[in-house]
Ligand binder design. Structure first.
Ligand SMILES: [Zn+2]
Length: 119
């Protein structure tokens, strides 16, 4: 895979609609002046590293490992959940994992997924 792979999907793969549910809800806030113009709401934003935890200890600190960013939303016309952005980049092992959970999805007492944890 290209180290800087980046692909954006503007239309629903099932029906071709460009109406995305969370993005439209975010636009309502913009119209009311309650959100920044450059701000875009998504169903989910995931970022992280791809690492086999069994092999993780053998990877030297500072090594490049593949990292991903995935943004999803829901088609307003057919209900399909699909990726709006797929992105690959390199991340250095040893930096804190970049993770982001959408509001309302974390569970009390349950840690966020850490690809470099030893558990
Ligand atoms: Zn659709």
């Amino acid at each position: 895979m290209d180290k800087d792979f980046h692909r954006e999907f503007k239309k629903c793969p099932a029906c071709g609609s460009e109406n995305r549910f969370l993005e439209e809800l975010g636009n309502e806030l913009k119209e009311r002046g309650l959100a920044r113009e450059e701000w875009i709401m998504h169903l989910d934003v995931r970022e992280g590293h791809v690492v086999d935890q069994v092999k993780e200890a053998a990877i030297p600190i500072g090594s490049d490992v593949p990292a991903f960013g995935i943004i999803t939303d829901v088609c307003m016309d057919c209900g399909c959940i699909y990726a709006g952005v797929l992105q690959r980049r390199d991340a250095k092992k040893g930096l804190p994992p970049v993770g982001k959970m959408p509001p309302g999805t974390s569970q009390k007492g349950k840690p966020l997924i850490n690809p470099f944890s030893s558990s």
